[in-house]
Ligand binder design. Structure first.
Ligand code: SER
Length: 311
């Protein structure tokens, strides 16, 4: 087994690479990113996802058998340069899928997102199969990416597996470029400064998930027998849903002097186009998904993990 992780220095990439190293052994995990890592934790190669020839070389040099393709530009940063976001997110994926078929790669993981949803989607308990009309280029690229994954599974029998990640919150890494980033930043600000200014309004409820759940969902999906994976586009997965005022009040139980104020910016409009909660019954039925962390449990764990770091 030889696993290539693209976008390995990102928020999920950092934590997922460590989880994959723990599970399969350091020698079997090749991390890659367009930027060098701040800390070298395992095997690493520089890789620009737009350089298809270089991806091919890496796949051949390391005899890669599985790919976790995380490299992407997220929802907020994506709006700064839509053509570049489309190019990185969609053409990067197409290179991965095409090279995976050519090289008979065993499995590919593609993270999709709640950003595929839009105003055509029911906002509460969003069902698995709904019309998708995303309002960000990131959401558009991920919705198209889901279709391409479905197509490659159908036409080329590629074993590609996708999850629609909610906002992910973990102590391992900072979020960057997304709309759900506030839910990570708020913990760091609470513990360092006792105060946070939130870029979303107090009642903006979004689907979220603790990192440990997201990593377990990813690994469980990838390890499930292929016949259980009846959908090759993104599976809905749910962790917990909350608004900034709800998480602030939960943090206040651990950090008594914590205060929050609100200065919504352009990310408010992005968040408003997404849904509030997710129906993940299909993932539960097909491959046995169950989340473990609700808001109180996640808050407690985040605070104890970050306290260890800051104290
Ligand atoms: N966390 C992502 C973002 O906010 C959503 O997938 O862009």
């Amino acid at each position: 087994m030889s696993i290539l992780v693209t976008g390995a220095n990102g928020q999920v990439g950092t934590a997922l690479s460590a989880a994959l190293r723990d599970r399969y052994g350091s020698d079997h995990v090749i991390c890659s990113d367009i930027k060098p890592p701040t800390e070298v934790a395992g095997r690493f190669v520089m890789l620009d996802i737009l350089n298809t020839q270089r991806i091919a070389e890496v796949l051949d040099d390391y005899q890669v058998t599985e790919i976790y393709h995380l490299a992407a530009i997220l929802s907020a940063h994506g709006e700064w340069n839509p053509p570049k976001t489309w190019n990185v997110n969609l053409n990067g994926l197409l290179s991965i899928l095409e090279l995976a078929v050519e090289r008979d790669i065993k499995k590919v993981f593609f993270p999709s997102t709640i950003a595929v949803f839009g105003n055509t989607t029911p906002r509460i308990d969003t069902p698995q199969a709904v019309p998708l009309l995303p309002e960000t280029v990131y959401g558009m690229s991920k919705a198209s990416g889901e279709n391409w994954c479905h197509y490659y599974a159908l036409k080329y029998n590629l074993d590609v597996r996708c999850l629609r990640y909610p906002g992910i919150i973990g102590p391992e890494s900072l979020a960057g470029g997304g709309t759900t980033d506030y839910a990570v930043d708020i913990f760091h600000h609470a513990l360092q400064h006792g105060h946070y200014t939130c870029f979303l309004s107090p009642d903006t409820r979004l689907p979220m998930m603790y990192m440990e759940d997201a990593l377990r969902a990813t690994i469980e999906l990838m390890e499930a027998p292929s016949e259980q994976i009846q959908l090759r586009y993104g599976y809905n997965i749910s962790g917990c849903s909350f608004s900034p005022e709800e998480i602030a009040s939960e943090i206040g139980k651990h950090v008594p002097d914590f205060s929050i104020d609100y200065a919504p910016d352009f990310r408010q409009e992005i968040a408003a186009s997404w849904t509030q909660s997710i129906d993940d019954s299909t993932a539960r039925a097909h491959w046995g998904w169950t989340p473990a962390f609700d808001l109180p449990k996640m808050t407690e764990k985040m605070i104890s993990e970050l306290n260890n770091r800051y104290v």
